[in-house]
Write a protein of this length. Structure first.
Length: 163
């Protein structure tokens, strides 16, 4: 496997993977990814089968902030990214259906955790649906209960891994 950070040149592939992984109400738009890649491509990790980068298998992204809780505003306003912030947020973890249940998403989660530790953040924060609380718990994330986020008209749990 090969993981690297993203650039604006990855826009089309990222948007395609997002569209395959999330329902339209929950998926980030192509335009949202333009902002994300421009503002925090260095906090946007792409997973490929190998260094030839033939097929994008999945990705994880999220910006850095001093805000302790993930809010809906953060999904749409990439300019809120603060590279010196205390908390690494995760906005999306995407794995194409044919690569699910094989440990690839876990590689991406571990990459975010590793980077956040190396960058001396306080930790990592994400939101997830109820059915995924147990998945993130195995990486050390603690369920803080129902999030204030209503992104995509879904109930989300906020989870935190504090270092």
């Amino acid at each position: 496997m090969y993981i690297r950070t993203a650039t604006i040149a990855d826009l089309d592939r990222v948007a395609q993977v997002e569209a395959e992984c999330f329902l339209p109400a929950e998926a980030a738009t192509r335009e949202a990814f333009v902002g994300r890649l421009q503002h925090y491509g260095n906090h946007f990790w792409l997973l490929f089968e190998d260094e030839s980068e033939g097929k994008l298998m999945g990705f994880v992204d999220g910006f850095v902030t001093d805000e302790a809780d993930l809010t809906d505003e953060m999904y749409e306003k990439a300019e809120l990214h603060n590279d010196k912030g205390a908390w690494q947020m995760i906005f999306g973890l995407n794995t194409l259906p044919e690569y699910r249940c094989q440990g690839y998403a876990g590689l991406l989660v571990e990459q975010v955790i590793k980077a956040a530790r190396e960058q001396e953040r306080k930790g990592v924060v994400l939101t997830c649906k109820d059915k995924l609380v147990h998945y993130y718990a195995k990486f050390g994330f603690v369920d803080e209960g129902i999030s204030g986020s209503t992104h995509g008209n879904v109930v989300w749990h906020q989870m935190r891994l504090q270092f």
